[in-house]
Design a protein around this ligand. Sequence first.
Ligand code: GUN
Length: 297
Amino acid sequence: MTAHLIDGKKFATSLADKIAASVSIIKNTYQVTPCLAVVLVGTDPASQVYVRNKGQQTRAAGMTSIEHKLPSTASEAQLLALIDSMNKDEAIDGILIQLPLPEQINEASVIQAIAPEKDVDGFHVVNAGLLATGHRGLVPCTPLGCLLLLQDHLGDLSGANAVVLGRSNIVGKPMAQLLTAAHTTTTIAHSRSCDLPKICKQADILVVAVGNPEMVTGDWIKPGATVIDVGINRVANPTGTDRDYRLTGDVDFVSAASVAGAITPVPGGVGPMTIACLLRNTLIAGCRRRNIELDGY
Ligand code: GUN
């Protein structure tokens, strides 16, 4: 391995510490405690873990955490009624509906029902439009975390060739918007793109968010490039080892790290940044709603 390891866990810890310090100042100065409400519908094990972690880290940052748990049989109308009451609740600054939702509930309808100023996921079309047009809104947490890691490692990104592999509304598209706003020349590539290895090999910055374990190998990577691996995939572990699965990214770490200049590991790269950016968005939403000035974010 020759690549520098980008330590997302360390960066996320220092961001969470900075947020906790800001929360403490806001509490003391304005007697306001930012509040995040998270809704879990059903019993998906991975979602349960995410929601528990979000609650723990929200409280650790000094903010109020509210959790609503609905049964997997809940109707769309029930969830929409809950969102309506949270939109109207002055004490709630951020609303997050954990995805995926059971099949009887339309995800898009639910996301669009959240008040845009409380949409700490940044998924509402108003926030997507604000990002696309260079206006201030709430930015999706995972791509924001990737941008912060890139800027911390590289400084000014101006003029770099950035390739985003993946075009989801949650990661790929907002990532490309953020990179473009940071003055990179940005390409979005996806499963129908012709000659993906060739496109990737032109990237000074390569962000991979495809959900396909170890798809990107070292021979796709420009020597010295910075590689951000958004994937978190469970793959089978050989029998006889301690666990029946291991976590791996969308990038084949060993071959990529022998070519790249810098790379994020999985786990410990982008993953921890997502929750840290959720705390950041909750703090920002709480301050904007109350016209409280907040510097440094
Ligand atoms: N499920 C997996 N990732 C996410 C996320 O970033 N936000 C929400 N709401 N649900 C998710």
